[in-house]
Design a protein around this ligand. Structure first.
Ligand SMILES: [Zn+2]
Length: 123
């Protein structure tokens, strides 16, 4: 589901919500002053903490990528299937942590705990 949303560019981040004319706060709930966008899910300091904690064996693109969709396509072309599946689970874990904080269920998610939950489907 997350992969389909990424490829279809319909992840309901604040930039997409604004484009769909849904009133919303534009800042990232995980790192506050930065504006949230689909691509910010990759460069958000919180997300970077999750990626670093995961220590993935594949290299993740960091620069000159215009969108999360392009980023994901670059990863799928340059990594093993198992690594890409791990990237998708981590993206899902980051997205879930973001939504949990948005709903005030988790005041300050810990990137390391989010990484552990993302690497194991039942974690
Ligand atoms: Zn952020």
């Amino acid at each position: 589901m997350m992969a389909w949303r990424i490829i279809s560019d319909i992840v309901p981040t604040t930039d997409n919500l604004r484009q769909w004319r849904v009133p919303t706060d534009q800042t990232c709930i995980l790192c506050d002053p930065a504006p949230e966008s689909t691509y910010h899910l990759m460069e958000c300091p919180f997300a970077v903490g999750v990626w670093r904690a995961a220590a993935l064996p594949c290299r993740l693109p960091h620069q000159n990528i215009g969108s999360l969709k392009e980023w994901a396509l670059t990863v799928v072309q340059n990594s093993k299937r198992a690594d890409f599946e791990c990237v998708l689970m981590l993206l899902w874990a980051i997205w879930t942590a973001r939504n949990s904080k948005l709903r005030c269920e988790t005041p300050s998610p810990d990137p390391r705990r989010v990484m552990i939950g993302g690497k194991t489907p039942y974690g």
